[in-house]
Design a protein around this ligand. Structure first.
Ligand code: SF4
Length: 316
């Protein structure tokens, strides 16, 4: 039998996931947040996120495009003309207003390696001054842009917030199947911190019975401090119906003992109750204080940007 026929007749062992990338025209790139948010503007260069975290709250954004929550991780849309739009729109941002990059999708997800929409946005900020910019990611790809980040940080207030929900590699793989391993994220924090970029570690979202143990959070805060992070803070999980569609089956398969608790908690509200939130907030505060870490946005400290003293990428 010829090899071609053998190949054609071979049974399918496994079909790998297929991710599709699309371009999408965006009317604007800077989005105004509702009042009382810790930032005033958001930027998300992509719609959809390939990391596929089981708890991801942003799956609902694909519903606007009449797609299923699961499509969120397989159909990724890169916003076209992101830098051009930002150059036009950044004038709307008033002094001291905070801009958050990567609130609904990860700006350093795999698509960024090829399409560089996040990098194009950073190139715009590198020409700005006096801006307040926070970048949130789970990816060590952020280190690719370290020189650009240093350029931004010389004249703007910049913080990179690395999300690490757990140091337990196995649990992280289950919860965040295609995100870089926690140790790679910590290594990225260290590289950024050594390059003079101010960093924080956020264990968001903190999940009851999975990642909310005092010892787990303590280990994480210590690791953050040991890798040069200055900030640590975290908030509890919230599960909208579109996120429950993915998260509850995940629990049923992997943590059946937690299913009833979660169903009861989230059946009438996407939010955890006040008592849990208050207790968690004091736990995080206690741990943060233990390691001398800060909570809030980084303050503007241009004095630390003495150009001559900055190491180059090769010295990291
Ligand atoms: S990295 Fe963030 S946006 Fe991407 S899937 Fe995970 S939680 Fe969602």
């Amino acid at each position: 039998m010829g090899i071609a026929r053998l190949a054609a007749e071979g049974p399918l062992l496994e079909a790998k996931r297929k991710v599709q990338y699309f371009e999408i025209a965006a009317r604007s790139i800077l989005n105004r947040t509702k009042p009382n948010m810790p930032f005033h503007w958001t930027i998300n260069p992509y719609r959809g996120c390939e990391f596929g975290c089981k708890y991801c709250y942003a799956r609902y954004t694909h519903e606007f495009m009449e797609m299923a929550p699961a499509d969120f991780e397989d159909k990724i849309y890169a916003k076209s003309a992101a830098a051009l739009l930002l150059r036009q729109e950044v004038r709307k941002v008033r002094p001291k207003e905070h801009i958050a990059l990567g609130t609904a999708t990860d700006p350093y997800q795999p698509a960024e390696r090829r399409f560089e929409r996040t990098r194009s946005i950073l190139e715009v900020f590198a020409k700005e001054s006096g801006r307040y910019l926070g970048i949130t990611t789970k990816s060590d790809l952020v280190v690719r842009d370290v020189e650009l980040l240093r350029e931004i940080a010389r004249r703007n207030v910049l913080g990179v917030h690395m999300t690490i929900t757990t140091l337990d590699e196995k649990l992280a793989r289950m919860l965040e199947p295609r995100a870089p391993r926690p140790e790679l994220r910590l290594a990225a924090v260290e590289k950024l911190a050594k390059a003079g970029i101010r960093t924080a570690v956020f264990p968001n979202p903190i999940m009851p019975g999975l990642t909310d143990g005092e010892r787990q959070l303590d280990r994480l805060a210590k690791a953050a401090r040991d890798h040069g992070a200055e900030g640590f803070g975290g908030g509890p999980l919230f599960l909208m119906p579109s996120a429950q569609e993915v998260f509850l089956p995940f629990l049923e398969e992997n943590f059946p003992e937690l299913v009833e608790r979660y169903k009861k908690t989230f059946e009438t509200s996407a939010y955890l109750d006040k008592a849990y939130k208050d207790e968690l907030a004091s736990k995080v505060r206690r741990i943060r204080d233990r390691y001398g870490l800060v909570a809030g946005p980084m303050e503007y400290r241009p004095e630390i940007w003495v150009q001559e003293e900055q190491p180059t990428l090769f010295e990291l």
